[in-house]
Design a binder for this molecule. Sequence first.
Ligand code: SF4
Length: 322
Amino acid sequence: MDAPDRNAAASKPPITVRLSSPRGFCAGVERAIRTVEETLAHYGAPVYVRHEIVHNVHVVSRLAAMGAVFVEDLADAPADRPVVFSAHGAPKTAHDEAERRNLVKIDATCPLVTKVHNETRRHIAAGRRVLLIGHENHPEVIGTMGQAPAGAVTLVQSENDARLLPPTDAALAYVTQTTLSVDETRGVIAALKDRFPQIHGPAREDICYATSNRQAAVKAAASGADLFVVIGSSTSSNSVRLVETALQAGAVNAVLTDDAATFDWKLCEEANTIGLSAGASAPEELVEEFLEYLAGMRMVIIESVETATENIVFKSPFRLAS
Ligand code: SF4
């Protein structure tokens, strides 16, 4: 990334940035990152981490430089080193394997994902078939499906999937992935209730506070913006949902970018107003870096669009264990 040209900035009209808040790290991500750092401090390097601890390339590379080794398969974690389970949660088979091999396992699964695991197990124990609203192959979905015997949980990805489910006399319940679009999920739940009026479900959908708050803030900032920029990685479900939310809320264009270095700055050349947010796994430094670079191109006027304040902190699994 070239250094911003401050002289060029002075000759261009100002650009308004609607800075959406809340944005960036949620309590589950902060806890997961802290857990890896604490495990490294306690046991020394290397510490193995099952799956990317959170879906952000910058977070993963920083922890890798500190001595974290990310593996997809527990078989690649040696028996004499601790292993941290990522924030997305893991299927029961992975927990069983860690126990069978006597690994020191530190579980950084977000408590709000654990809540969905518990709901799933409770429904199965009550004899209900579970419909999981979520996206195929996302690690959280794999982890939640893996709380029940094979075939006991059916994935529902859309309203259309819900309408095409075969009729059944079985008792049913639904749970959801935590990082979905609030609006789309409402439609899927309505379709399920329409098909199966007796279906059991949570009092509120399982979409977490951080996902809902970030989407609400993006909605408030997006209308009429020439461009909406979401800082986050393409593997991050909640970040991808923020891009969709911005477009649905009226932004002319919306893009996801890992950071200022990989952003296509031409997109800002003709824009007068842009929205800016960051997914729940994206560090705030990346937002600051983006604004700094933009300030080198154009005079920046920041408008804060804050729709909620957050003060949730989750205790670390280390403290829970002590
Ligand atoms: Fe937990 Fe929600 Fe953050 Fe995921 S996005 S880690 S469910 S708080």
